[in-house]
Design a protein. Structure first.
Length: 150
């Protein structure tokens, strides 16, 4: 990736046409100098992207069981893609009576959970963790969708 930055230099010149009639001229002489910065992605960064894609290809957050959520969350955590406090929120079941093997739209359920938490003014930290889980689900869903097209 390249980033450009233009630097401008201004000069003021005094010019005299003859001794009896001094004339002062101001010139706006613009000099452009391009600077280029290069950004490189480390091997670890590329490896992390591959891990995200690999995990996303295995799981559809719009159609998975709580058992699959557990496996997916464990993979994300073991690959250091999510912190432990987010892991805990991802593992929370939709209800206490939920069949762990019944598939449902985990992504939509988490959105509803966030809306409910916001409506009853739950602890802001809990709301933020739910938002982080939704961002992770969005990323996985996007990668899963783009991966299944090929």
């Amino acid at each position: 990736m390249q980033v450009s930055n233009n630097t401008y230099a201004y000069s003021i010149n005094n010019i005299q046409s003859d001794k009896s009639s001094p004339v002062t001229a101001v010139s706006n002489s613009t000099t452009t100098k391009a600077q280029t910065d290069t950004v490189t992605i480390s091997h670890a960064g590329r490896n992390a992207e591959e891990k995200w894609q690999d995990i996303a290809s295995k799981y559809d957050v719009t159609n998975m069981s709580q058992s699959e959520v557990g496996k997916m969350t464990e993979e994300l955590y073991d690959n250091k893609l999510i912190p432990k406090d987010v892991l805990i929120h991802m593992l929370a079941p939709a209800s206490m009576n939920q069949d762990p093997d019944q598939k449902y739209d985990v992504f939509s359920q988490m959105r509803k959970s966030l809306e409910f938490a916001e409506s009853i003014k739950t602890d802001p930290i809990q709301i933020e963790k739910k938002r982080q889980v939704i961002e992770i689900f969005e990323r996985l869903h996007g990668l899963h969708s783009s991966g299944s097209m090929s």
